[in-house]
Ligand binder design. Structure first.
Ligand SMILES: [Zn+2]
Ligand SMILES: [Zn+2]
Length: 334
């Protein structure tokens, strides 16, 4: 089959992502074989490709926002039909037995593995996924529109919950890409006032179009103090900026898997009055179920930019350069 492979992680200019041919993967006993229809392009794919994240599998095929159809199954799999539409997301496997898994925090499992990092993902004709970590998808959304919900959407949802936004509260979103624009729609549907702080003019227009109360520069103060903020931009310099925008008792959640260094914080100015900083680490399957149900109920829609799968490298370059707002989605033309 045709697939993309990270042959040598490094800056995009050096061509770290190469088109290759690989055998169609054989699902393990508890796995499904999935024919890829679409695969969203997540910033994490860029981090894997450029080597911001350590190599966990040489020559890995990125991609963890897969909408596909069941094309085969291992001997132990029950409950899936051939041709059924399913979703493959970032969290690929956990041990189910550690203290974190047992208390419902499987996102913290030390034995967890990830699609498109530890195992080949969806920038390919086919991929595999453990049946227990396969997502049932709501009807009423097409293959392109669903893909970004599977990571950008789920992570945005977990970040929103981690930001401890009170009902009807004031939420600041720093950065406004794939994840933030889905998170904003959910927060607005739940009654929040949303302020977007980002550099791109197109992203600001998208934010205002979705119903944000304001859209301004990331380093400027929002028009009112925030109860909660979420940092989507992978920019550590924005941590003190966002903390200073919080009201007393406010919470900042950092949504990314990678962040540039955070500058020194000043306790009295940045953290006192019980302001909090929290990280967000992957997601649980329960997060995914909750989010997909809420997205269907509230009509959360991704702004998408389709690219043929054969031009995945171009989609990554455009993501890095900030050439589109919303989310890029690869449509399988292999
Ligand atoms: Zn575990
Ligand atoms: Zn992702």
């Amino acid at each position: 089959m045709r697939a993309w492979s990270v042959t040598g992680p490094g800056p995009l200019d050096g061509g770290p992502l190469r088109p290759v041919r690989k055998p169609v993967p054989v699902p393990a006993a508890d796995e499904l074989l999935v024919r890829v229809r679409t695969c969203g392009v997540c910033r994490t794919d860029l981090h894997v490709t450029e080597g911001d994240l350590p190599v966990r599998r040489r020559g890995v095929t990125p991609g963890h926002e897969v909408v596909g159809e069941v094309a085969g199954a291992g001997a132990a799999v029950r409950g899936f039909e051939a041709g059924e539409r399913v979703g493959v997301a970032w969290l690929r496997r956990t041990d189910g037995t550690c203290p974190y898994c047992l208390r419902g925090a499987e996102n913290l499992c030390p034995a967890s593995s990830y699609t498109g990092w530890d195992a080949d993902g969806g920038y390919a004709e086919y991929t595999t996924v453990p049946a227990a970590f396969t997502h049932r998808l709501p009807d009423g959304l097409d293959d392109v529109g669903l893909a970004p919900l599977l990571c950008a959407g789920i992570i945005g949802y977990r970040a929103l919950r981690r930001s401890a936004l009170p009902p009807g509260g004031r939420l600041g979103l720093y950065g406004f890409g794939g994840s933030a624009h889905l998170c904003a729609q959910l927060a607005l549907a739940e009654g929040a006032t949303v302020h977007v702080l980002t550099r791109g003019a197109a992203a600001r227009r998208l934010a205002l179009g979705l119903g944000a109360a304001s859209a301004g520069d990331a380093y400027a103060m929002p028009p009112e103090p925030l109860d909660s903020a979420i940092l989507f931009a992978p920019v550590g310099d924005l941590v003190p900026v966002a903390l200073r925008a919080l009201d007393r008792g406010g919470t900042l959640a950092i949504a990314g898997i990678h962040l540039t260094d955070v500058p020194a914080l000043t306790y009295e100015r940045d953290l006192f009055y019980e302001r909090q900083v929290r990280s967000v680490t992957a997601n649980t399957r329960e997060d995914a179920r909750e989010f997909l149900a809420l997205a269907a109920r509230h009509g959360v829609r991704a702004t998408t930019h389709p690219y043929p799968m054969s031009r995945a490298d171009e989609a990554l370059r455009d993501l890095k350069a900030g050439r589109f707002d919303g989310a890029a989605v690869l449509v399988n033309d292999f």
